[in-house]
Design a binder for this molecule. Structure first.
Ligand SMILES: Nc1ncnc2c1ncn2[C@@H]1O[C@H](COP(=O)(O)OP(=O)(O)O)[C@@H](O)[C@H]1O
Ligand SMILES: [Mg+2]
Length: 371
């Protein structure tokens, strides 16, 4: 459906480190909710602008269905108003001097070729407003609407022409937390209902996990990982992705033997401890690695009562530094000599600050990642 190949857009001197977008490729099946995820400046907006036709790529090609939208090799560049794409920006970009109806009708009136009749426009606008739960809001002025309602108007305007592709650039980031959650669920519902292929941009990993079928994690214009939310979360490709997805426990170490992708092997931590880890990617003996360990995977007990250990269970001894009550569970920080680790602990376990503790976790939960 959407095929992006070797898309490149560099700003300033062209070098491996210049800002912009280094060759980026991905392909999306019809109806996919795809998210570009990454920190500010990683090239998310640039990618969307290239697809929309607001920015001319230096190289590469973009195909939507059977239509080539851009191809530098063939000199093809379809103008933005002929691409059949709907777009919503972070700033809602709706016109305050026009009624809600006229805002939503705008793309229909500037369509090239045969324009829809007044009654067709009326029906299309009504349908779009109904889909975003704003039936009857047509005559109002946008200035009378809340931020969330204005964002819905922007969304109605993006879908009114029944585009083949929807591009959403951080559309929820200007809303307050409660509204953001509400709109998140609604966006998902709307996208499913319309079955429309969507490219969504966000720097918020929880938003990406909840909404997406497929996620691309970008860093400095480069693709770090492309995968399902589960793959990105449970199987980060490298330490950047693990870190960005919020893994708080990243331990520097060195591999003790060659380990093939998917295999298990030993890692020596900087403080001398050895862990048995899972290796998502192949690493040679002596490579620097970062071990990622989710707090949820760690069991905290007193040193006398750890679970029975077999070869697949790692054990680290340490001292509990702090404890933050969060309800049934508490988040604790444990010093293991040279490193501190976050772990979850049952609030009623009766283990307090300064206690000596044992941390145990299965080898499958300790990921040895490349840098
Ligand atoms: N028109 C431009 N001129 C120069 N640099 C730009 C321009 N647009 C974007 N950049 C740079 O390209 C990089 C990617 O920007 P952008 O795609 O907006 O990132 P994101 O949306 O992920 O925050 C940033 O370093 C940004 O400063
Ligand atoms: Mg941006």
């Amino acid at each position: 459906m959407l095929l992006v190949s070797d898309l490149t857009r560099l700003f300033g001197a062209s070098s491996a480190n210049s800002a912009g977008l280094h060759p980026l490729s991905f392909s999306l099946k019809d109806g996919t909710f795809f998210t570009l995820l990454g920190p500010s400046g990683c090239g998310k907006t640039t990618t969307l602008r290239c697809i929309a036709g607001l920015e001319r790529p230096d190289r590469g090609s973009i195909r939507l269905g059977d239509t080539v939208l851009f191809d530098d090799a063939d000199g093809i560049e379809v103008p933005l108003n002929q691409r059949g794409i709907g777009m919503v920006f972070q700033s809602y970009a709706i016109w305050p001097h026009m009624s809600v109806f006229n805002n939503v009708a705008f793309p229909l009136r500037v369509t090239r070729g045969t324009k829809p009749s007044a009654s067709e426009i009326e029906a299309l606008v009504e349908d779009a407003l109904r889909r975003v739960d704003l039936s009857g809001f047509g005559p109002r002025s946008p200035t009378q609407l809340s931020g969330g309602q204005q964002q819905r108007v922007a969304l109605a305007r993006a879908i009114v022409r029944k585009p083949r592709l929807l591009l959403l650039d951080e559309p929820l980031s200007n809303l307050d937390a409660r509204l953001r959650d509400e709109m998140r669920a609604e966006l998902k519902r709307l996208q499913r209902e319309l079955g429309i292929t969507t490219v969504y941009v966000t720097h918020d990993q929880s938003e990406a996990l909840e909404l997406s079928d497929l996620i691309a994690v970008l860093d400095k214009g480069k693709l770090r990982q492309l995968g399902s939310p589960r793959e990105i979360f449970f199987d980060p490709a490298d330490s950047f992705v693990a870190n960005f997805m919020g893994s708080p426990n990243l331990l520097a170490g060195r591999t003790l033997a060659d380990v093939a992708a998917g295999g298990m092997g030993q890692v020596e931590l900087a403080n001398g401890h050895t862990l048995v880890c899972r290796f998502p990617r192949t690493l040679a003996a002596g490579s620097s690695t970062t071990v990622s360990l989710r707090p949820e995977a760690i069991r905290v007990t007193t040193p006398e009562q750890p679970p029975t250990s077999d070869g697949e269970i790692n054990r680290l001894d340490g001292r509990l530094i702090s404890l933050d009550f969060q309800g049934y569970g508490s988040r604790c920080l444990v010093d293991i000599g040279g490193h501190s680790l976050q772990a979850n602990i049952d609030s009623r376990a009766g283990i307090g600050a300064n206690a000596a503790v044992a941390l145990t976790f299965p080898a499958t939960e300790a990921l040895a990642l490349s840098q």
